[in-house]
Structure formats: C-alpha cells, structure tokens
Design a protein around this ligand. Structure first.
Ligand code: NAD
Length: 246
C-alpha cells in the first residue's frame, strides 16, 4: 500500500475526480477527509468508505472562505493527528466568451478555482511546515496551459493554479514539502455533462487518444504525485490529457 498511515484531505471529494481520489487513497491505506461544500453527497461518500472499513470523515468546507479552510485543516489534525497530503481539487467551470461574461461569474470562478487553491495550500503548508513534511497536489487543467474557445475565467484561473504550483514547488522543496499539479484533459464527470452531444463529439475528436478521460485515470496520476513514487518531483504540472496538448 502506497499511503499506509498517511492522512489526506481531498477538497471537492464528494464526487467526480475527488471522489475517485478518496476511494483510491483509502484503498492505499490513507485516512481520508472528504471535504466538500455539498454536505449530503460528501457525507455519503465518507460513510461509504467507513462502511468498507476505511478511515474516513466528512468535513464541510467552502474553499473560498478563509475561516472554513482553516477549520478544515484543524479538523483533519484533530481527528487523525496530522496532515500528510492536501489534494486541492474543488473546482467549477464556465464556457462564456468575455463579452458576455459577467463580473460576478468571473469572480466566482476565480474565487473557487484560484483563491480556493491559495487558501487550501496556505493552511496546509502552515501545518506541514510545523510537521516538517507534506505533499500537495493541485488539480489544475490542461486549459491552464493553452487557450480554449470561450472558456474565459476557467482558463485564467487554471493558468494561475499552474504557476502558483511552480512557485510553491520551488519555495518549499527544501523544507520537506512537495507541491505539484495534475492537468487533466476533458474528463467524463458532472463538470462537463451538460455539454451537447455535438460538443462532446468535438471534444473527443480533439483528444488524440480518441475518447474522454475517466476520473479514475486522473486519480491514479494524483496518487503518483501524492506518494513517494514521485519523491523527486517538485513544482511540476503533469499533463494527463490523452495527448490533447502534446
Ligand atoms: P465535479 O463537478 O464532479 O466535482 C467538483 C466538486 O467540487 C463537487 O463535489 C463540488 O461540490 C465541489 N465544490 C465546488 N465548489 C466548492 C467550494 N467552493 N468549496 C468546496 N467544494 C466545492 O468536477 P470534477 O470534474 O471532478 O472536477 C474536479 C477538479 O478537476 C476541478 O478543479 C476541475 O476544474 C478539474 N478538472 C476537471 C476536468 C473535467 O473535464 N472534468 C478537466 C480538467 C480539470
């Protein structure tokens, strides 16, 4: 087991990629804090893990709120004694050209996708500096590295996450804390389920591998970055995109 005895927080852990990460980490021996804004789905995900004999707890968090994120880290440490791994994964998406994009939607996307990563990384690192070790994996996106038609605030927010990750990676590497990001292509989750069949066909065509990704495939890449298998990887943005950006 790659994470035996480790304690991990997964934001956005109630569904999609985050839920798969929680499941995989629990199978690899970690105690998992499922952290999400969605109480019902998040609690169910944690209960499911616990029912299968894993160490798991649900903590409600709004990653855009400082006190909420502080409370999340404290709850993990109070419950499981330490924090080895933070997966900053909560995110929302939008596809709106800038001339139609409201300031409100822009602010909301930046708040959740970028400020949320800032806050979760900040308070995880505070705890990890105290411990002298820790690992952070941010869920960025391949769309943080390329332009994409009409995907305005989302690409801006993920570009921010990509470069924040590089800076944190180089700042904390010598302090025993590794910070990296995974950059998924289009993954078959609720985040993209409202796209039309034509839009989905186009997305599939843009992936040289000829299909969308599955959340389990991103979870495995996150496991690599969170485990000792990636012990020499710091500040990296790992593309897991079926060749989209290759
Ligand atoms: P999802 O919609 O299935 O899950 C996102 C989760 O985040 C939900 O459980 C939601 O309740 C939670 N969340 C939203 N706002 C929150 C907040 N303020 N505080 C706490 N939790 C909040 O989406 P997903 O596809 O699993 O996405 C997970 C991450 O992967 C996101 O950061 C997303 O941008 C990124 N990503 C997804 C894709 C894709 O194609 N699905 C591609 C690249 C990157």
């Amino acid at each position: 087991m790659k994470l035996l005895g480790r304690v991990a927080i997964v934001t956005g852990g109630a569904k999609g990629i985050g839920k798969c990460v929680c499941q995989l980490f629990a199978e690899e021996g970690a105690a998992v804090v499922v952290a999400d804004l969605d109480v019902e789905t998040g609690q169910m995900a944690a209960d499911e893990l616990a029912a299968n004999g894993h160490k798991a707890a649900f903590v409600k968090v709004d990653v855009t709120k400082e006190e909420s994120v502080k409370g999340l880290v404290k709850a993990a440490v109070d419950t499981f004694g330490k924090l080895d791994i933070m997966i900053a994964n909560a995110g929302i998406a939008e596809t709106i050209p800038i001339h139609n994009l409201s300031l409100e939607t822009w602010n909301r996307t930046i708040d959740v996708n970028l400020t949320g990563v800032f806050l979760t990384n900040k308070y995880a690192i505070e705890q990890m500096l105290f411990q002298g070790y820790g690992v952070i994996v941010n869920t960025a996106s391949m769309l943080g590295h390329i332009g994409r038609n009409e995907v305005t605030s989302y690409t801006a927010s993920k570009g921010g996450v990509a470069n924040l990750t590089r800076t944190l990676g180089v700042t904390y590497a010598s302090k025993g804390i590794r910070v990296n990001a995974v950059c998924p292509g289009y993954i078959d989750t609720d985040l993209i389920r409202n796209k039309s069949p034509e839009a989905k066909e186009e997305l599939i065509r843009l992936h040289p591998i000829g299909r969308l990704g599955q959340p389990e495939e991103i979870a495995k890449a996150i496991l690599f970055l969170a485990s000792d298998d990636s012990s020499f990887v710091c500040g990296a943005n790992l593309m897991v995109d079926g060749g989209f950006t290759a």
